[in-house]
Ligand binder design. Structure first.
Ligand SMILES: Cc1cc2nc3c(=O)[nH]c(=O)nc-3n(C[C@H](O)[C@H](O)[C@H](O)COP(=O)(O)OP(=O)(O)OC[C@H]3O[C@@H](n4cnc5c(N)ncnc54)[C@H](O)[C@@H]3O)c2cc1C
Length: 310
């Protein structure tokens, strides 16, 4: 088994590093941000294939992660919970993402907001990222992954028999790809008054609405502004998100506002999961997961291991 260097230590890089180490490779993970400062750390953490392509591959990768997160939810230390919630439909049914997902059903009228044409009720993993990422890092270390802090400017400077580029939004710059493009996502964090059901209403006429309840807080969204690289929270956008969420999820009407965060989704026309030879060495790419890096993490990691080979 060869020496593999993974560039990137967000959810995609860490999951890939873990699976490579478990497959018997000597793995180094090189990253320039601590996990808590990655985009992955501020994700809502709901298993849901949002703003990602191509659908025909996304379904398979997602099912691998669904199964893995479902198993992890039996251990509280992972930060994974299984929670029932509703995906609101406002323009008829578009249920491609339910293929292979167990136990879903159509929503009853009382389960969706006014103006909805329907919805899907299903129990899915909710991953509390500030708990899960350190747990994942610990699993990597236990499996023998060596961590290095540092910025890569040129892949030629990276040691290893194989390099895996899993550097999120900044991956393109390392491999000469114009993608991914940033899609700005602003969220409001509200205290959790006891909410357990999640809600996603991504066809809401006033803009994206979602509420993902974690034990201590609820991640509420949101925005999805393709082409915006601005990472500063906007006060007016924040007020509008809070108002939309409180109207759609009345249980949050009096919840305390804890803060506002912005992250940039790494959006590409298709997830960049492939293999190339650069400078006589194999480079595997695993980036461009858009709004679904958590949702696809384990499935894409397993495919990356197959691409690295023996
Ligand atoms: C508001 C918001 C909500 C979201 N909610 C969800 C959700 O509910 N469910 C879901 O599945 N997805 C969600 N997403 C999407 C998800 O967060 C991303 O798809 C995912 O975090 C991408 O992970 P990543 O590991 O590729 O990148 P990142 O988390 O950005 O990590 C990139 C890593 O690469 C390293 N790196 C980059 N460039 C270099 C370099 N040149 N040298 C060294 N290191 C480098 C960084 O240090 C970092 O460790 C959400 C995104 C946003 C913005």
């Amino acid at each position: 088994m060869g020496r593999v260097t993974v560039v990137g230590g967000g959810v995609v890089g860490l999951t890939t590093a873990l699976r490579l180490a478990q497959a018997g490779h000597r793995v180094e993970c090189l990253r320039d941000l601590p996990v808590e400062r990655t985009v992955s750390a501020l994700a809502g953490g709901l298993w849901f294939p949002y703003h990602v392509e191509p659908r025909e591959r996304v379904v398979g990768w997602g099912l691998v992660a669904l199964e893995q997160f479902t198993a992890l939810a039996t251990d509280r230390a992972t930060g994974v919970l299984m929670r029932q919630g509703v995906l609101v439909e406002r323009h008829g049914e578009d249920r491609w993402w339910t293929a292979g997902v167990p136990g879903w059903r159509g929503a009853r009228a009382a389960e969706v907001p006014a103006g909805a044409t329907g919805g899907v009720v299903v129990t899915l993993p909710v991953v509390t990222m500030p708990v899960f990422l350190p747990w994942l890092e610990g699993r990597c270390a236990a499996a023998g992954v060596q961590f290095q802090a540092g910025t890569v400017d040129d892949l030629a400077d990276v040691e290893g028999d194989v390099v895996v580029v899993a550097a999120g939004l900044r991956s393109g710059a390392l491999v000469g790809d114009a993608e991914p493009t940033a899609s700005r996502g602003q969220v409001a964090l509200l205290s959790n008054p006891g909410l357990t059901r999640w809600l996603v209403d991504d066809e809401h006429p006033d803009g994206l609405v979602y509420a993902v309840p974690h034990p201590e807080w609820v991640v509420c969204g949101g925005t999805d502004v393709l082409g915006s690289w601005d990472t500063e929270p906007d006060a007016a956008v924040h007020a509008a998100i809070v108002a939309r969420v409180r109207e759609t999820v009345p249980a949050l009407a009096a919840a305390e506002v804890l803060g506002s965060r912005v992250g940039l989704r790494p959006v590409a026309p298709a997830v960049r999961l492939g293999k190339d030879e650069v400078g006589g060495r194999v480079v595997v790419t695993n980036y461009g997961h858009g709004g679904a890096g958590v949702t696809l993490s384990w499935g894409c990691a397993e495919e990356a291991v197959r691409l690295v080979g023996a």
